[in-house]
Design a protein around this ligand. Sequence first.
Ligand code: FNR
Length: 378
Amino acid sequence: NEIYLQGLAGTTPAFTTDATGLEAAAEKVLEPGPFSYVAGAAGSGATARANRAAFDRWKIVPRMLTDATHRDLATTVLGTPMPAPLALAPVGVQTIVHPDGELATARAAAALGVPMILSTAASSTIEDVAAANGDGPRWFQLYWPGDNDVCASILARAKKEGYTALVVTLDTWTLAWRPGDLDQAYLPFLHGDGVAVPFSDPVFRARLEKPPEDDPASAILRWISMVTGTDKAWAQLPFLREHWDGPIVLKGIQHPDDARRAVDAGMDGIVVSNHGGRQVDGALGSLDALPGVVAAVGGRTEVLFDSGVRTGADMIKALALGADAVLLGRPYLYGLAHGGEDGVRHVLRSLLADFDLTLGLSGHRTVAELGAADLVRT
Ligand code: FNR
């Protein structure tokens, strides 16, 4: 209402409310390196395109005369009450797009009660982001270090600072072939404020010959070597359980068999995700993976979804196909690039308003009413 009323008064928003225009708007304010890092994808970009194509194939079938005047979007996921089934996906090194980086994101998310997921590759510390996020809901994303002591130290810090759920990203045990970054020789960890989460960790620092402040390049290489490699296996998940007493979620699941394994391993949730098309070029669209995964888990664990969500209609499609909540990636980074905290708020408010209106106009009052019968595949 507020956004419409501003329009009636002739006040235009600070920047576009058109989700599909955000990327172009961000390109105008960002240097080529950061823009390409955020907007880019792996290889030929086939998976990023597949993410959008999958959304376009599914269509909503609206219902009439359902009295959807008053709607309640609220839900609870991973034990966290949320105003809508939406959380901010973990995105690292946010100071490359705006000097306030994750702190601005944390404030905007808290203002709207939307959970944020702090990345291990964040450019602000676990503690500073918690302070900026205040009473807001927050979860922590783990890039799983091979060094168990470093891992345990980071988890203990996150737990102490009120991050309630742990999101373990499995699909990025090494960085994919990303021509946009390679062509510009752009390594984001060397820009903005770098990777403050490991750099501020006492156990990680003790592993270094020189402090990161004196030799950031060596510290970054050490960090990268710690979080890359193929030695992680399903059998090691109990280590995380021992060091985290809240919900644990595996991010990057696409195959129904992996979803079943996550259930068997006692995981509290999974995120169906292909990292926004940034890892396996040629992988299936994330929304195309969702129905098979939902069927495989059969309600035994919570299912979150990301990769390609841009509009309220996209949220409805993912929820109708069985997701309990969706994560938003690049769009909020574009908002951050444009206007810091206000920019993230603008993007979130626009998406939530779009979701609310589209849900109601489709004939629904609550998220729980959505189901596969509300969609057709074309
Ligand atoms: C990411 N993503 C990501 N994921 C993660 O688990 N840890 C991280 O540090 C990052 N960093 C990151 C940086 C940038 C610039 C982007 C665009 C993405 C992946 C992210 O959490 C999410 O899976 C995708 O962004 C979802 O796709 P969309 O919404 O961007 O299409």
